[in-house]
Write a protein that binds this ligand. Structure first.
Ligand code: ZN
Length: 383
């Protein structure tokens, strides 16, 4: 077992990374100092970058043994020569990036490389991207940048062109199913349904398999098409869709905030009676601001995922209507799909898919969620 065995359904990427680590160890061909890991949500971009970092720092054979101290520390995010950047809000500032660039230029303290793993690098603002570009153009000899983004197009051309690309694919349903069964002990039939529904998003598949309330929310979303019988029910459907997404996001945010705030208060020297030392209010306020910004993002992501689930329903509908021999994403909803297939023409299904995509764009542009989703429901009802 090496650190690469955890990458589900990514054989070509594993081969690419292993070859790069071997070349780096032999000192042949020179090390590429900037890497860009891309792949659809849940394909494991960060996991791949992290495995690569572990293999680069690993002190044993085979590289990325998974047992030595360096491997452990990298995977736990505690290695002295690894900095993991995880933008929490909607964007990553130029100030933070400049500080990061300075730290990244330091020589490794004990490891082989000074590594920066930048998750969601697409959230860097334009000014931040420029600061990053300078660091990537003239890299210190021992510094390695691992950037992660959904697709190469999410980064400015100037950065993209200086990175070596690592392209993760959507993991096959069978591989995700096997992971759920073998590692998480999920019952095979449930595992298959969840893997299919998650469309290659491993984290989402795990959530679905592990939490009945997540499955219930998905069921609510997929029940929407059947509920769009008149204007009243359509408006209600919009309301409940937005509310469900908000509740889901709230639960997630609270969970994250609680432990984070407790850890921060402790680090700042909270007294046994819960009093904070002087001069710590600013740091706590900063944390609160970051948490608010993150909550906004989580809310947006939750609603977007609901819309993607809904889109998958209409895509399944099209597949059924055209008799395409592809596995359905919502194979467990064949009755609802059959009902709608009789009511809606293929052209109608296509128009509804377009409407959903247009709604997602409006939401990304900050339109009031309830208004946007209400308008969408009216289009789905009559479209
Ligand atoms: Zn190791």
């Amino acid at each position: 077992m090496t650190v690469f065995d955890d990458l589900v359904g990514q054989r070509p990427v594993v081969a690419q990374l292993k070859a790069a680590v071997a070349a780096a160890r032999e000192g042949t061909g020179g090390m590429t100092h900037a890497w860009l890991f891309t792949g659809p949500p849940g394909s494991g971009r960060e996991a791949a970058a992290s495995a690569f970092a572990a293999a680069l720092q690993c002190t044993e054979e085979p590289a990325g043994c998974g047992y030595c101290a360096a491997c452990h520390q990298v995977l736990a995010g505690t290695h002295a020569d690894l900095e993991v950047v995880r933008p929490q809000g909607l964007s990553y500032s130029v100030r933070a990036t400049r500080e990061l660039v300075l730290r990244a230029a330091a020589r490794p303290s004990g490891g082989r490389w000074q590594i920066v793993l930048f998750e969601d690098a697409d959230r860097a603002t334009e000014a931040a991207a420029n600061a990053l570009l300078k660091a990537i153009e003239e890299p210190p000899p021992k510094t390695v940048w691992l950037l992660c983004a959904p697709s190469p197009d999410d980064l400015v051309m100037t950065i993209r062109s200086r990175c070596r690309l690592v392209t993760l694919r959507t993991p096959p349903v069978e591989d995700v199913t096997a992971l759920l069964v073998q590692r998480d002990g999920v019952e095979p039939e449930l595992a298959r349904v969840c893997a299919q529904a998650a469309q290659g998003d491993i984290a989402r598949a795990r959530q679905l398999a592990g939490d009945p309330s997540v499955r219930a929310r998905r069921a609510d979303v997929l029940a929407v098409p059947a509920r769009l019988t008149a204007v009243g029910p359509a408006a209600l459907a919009a309301e409940s869709l937005v509310k469900t997404a908000e509740e889901e996001a709230k639960a997630m945010s609270e969970q994250l905030n609680e432990s984070e705030t407790a850890a921060m208060r402790q680090a700042l020297g909270e007294s046994a009676k819960g009093r904070m030392p002087r001069g710590t209010a600013g740091a706590l306020k900063d944390l609160e601001d970051r948490q608010k910004s993150r909550a906004t993002r989580i809310k947006r992501d939750a609603l977007d995922r609901a819309l993607l689930d809904l889109a998958s329903f209409y895509r399944d509908l099209l597949a059924l209507q055209f008799g395409a021999r592809v596995p359905l994403v919502n194979g467990d909803r064949s009755r609802e799909l059959g009902d709608q297939a009789r009511r809606i023409t293929p052209e109608g299904a296509l128009r509804r898919l377009d409407s959903i995509m247009a709604c997602r764009e409006r939401l990304a542009a900050n339109v009031n969620p309830l208004l946007a989703v209400e308008a969408l429901m009216m289009e789905l009802r009559t479209g």
